[in-house]
Design a protein around this ligand. Structure first.
Ligand SMILES: Nc1ncnc2c1ncn2[C@@H]1O[C@H](COP(=O)(O)OP(=O)(O)OP(=O)(O)O)[C@@H](O)[C@H]1O
Length: 256
């Protein structure tokens, strides 16, 4: 399922946070969202997820305007992993992940064994087998982050939005999560600070001061000029001798 927004904007009081964001994420595409701190990535993701109401413009899931959809119907199609997600202190890991099945439960469609299987597979996907009975507040930052990703996977979404999903993770789990998302049959938008990780995406969208300033294939978008102008760093592209892929080596703008 595709995800699009047209002329999307959000202002708080007099301050414009996001303006005129127009974007179409194609079915099955993995789109990296990059930009400096405060450029509006989380705000855009929250609007795309239907959590933040835009001040202007609209979001469509496939061809359907999100404003015409009930929250439950949105949650059956789309999951968001927020940057600083929190949850009830006394909840166990299993209960936190089970919340992902809530949009599918009704008086007639109660919990089934297939829901248990989905929850178990989501926990296994993020390497949290054996953590089922642990209480949320006893988990480390990276373990909590993986629980939130498992909760989103348990939603079995067509569209998965992730806000810096790797920021608390050790390098092994960072790579595992990125490759997991890559391999899922979903349309994804993933906010990332690590531009080498962003190179793994199909396309990259760059935000600057609340605006989308570039959108396209990683090699076209992440140029040395872009690194300098948007991020204020010198970066040089090199070829990884191991597999021939591009990697960026950074220097500070002053010393580069
Ligand atoms: N509720 C709010 N009220 C006022 N300002 C806000 C609010 N939410 C976000 N902002 C401001 O909007 C700007 C964009 O914030 P946002 O969190 O979307 O940026 P970001 O690109 O995700 O940043 P980071 O990389 O630091 O996570 C920031 O300057 C932030 O301070």
């Amino acid at each position: 399922m595709s995800l699009s927004c047209n002329a999307l904007g959000w202002s708080v009081k007099e301050k414009t946070i996001v303006s005129d964001a127009t974007l179409k994420v194609r079915t099955g595409e993995m789109l990296g969202l990059v930009g400096p701190n405060g450029s509006g990535k989380s705000s855009l993701l929250r609007m795309l997820a239907g959590i933040q109401k835009p001040s202007s413009g609209r979001v469509c899931l496939g061809e359907t305007p999100m404003s015409n959809m009930r929250q439950r119907d949105i949650a059956r199609k789309l999951a968001l992993v927020e940057q600083h997600a929190n949850t009830e202190d006394r909840i166990t890991v299993r209960e936190a992940v089970e919340l992902g099945r809530t949009p599918f439960l009704t008086a007639l469609r109660t919990w089934r064994s297939e829901d248990d299987a989905i929850v178990a597979s989501a926990l296994a996907a993020v390497d949290l087998k054996g953590f089922e009975d642990r209480l949320w507040h006893t988990l480390s930052g990276g373990e909590r982050q993986r629980v939130q990703i498992a909760r989103a996977l348990a939603q079995a979404p067509d569209i998965l939005l992730l806000d810096e999903p790797t920021n608390h993770l050790d390098i092994g789990h960072q790579l595992a999560i990125l490759h997991l998302v890559r391999g899922l049959p979903v349309t994804s938008v993933i906010a990332l600070h690590d531009l080498n990780q962003a190179l793994l995406c199909d396309r990259i969208c760059v935000m600057e001061a609340g605006r989308i300033v570039a959108l396209g294939a990683p090699s076209e978008i992440l140029t040395e000029a872009r690194l300098r102008d948007t991020f204020g760093v010198c970066g040089h592209f090199m070829t990884d001798p191991f597999d021939g892929t591009a990697i960026i080596r950074f220097h500070s703008a002053r010393t580069g």
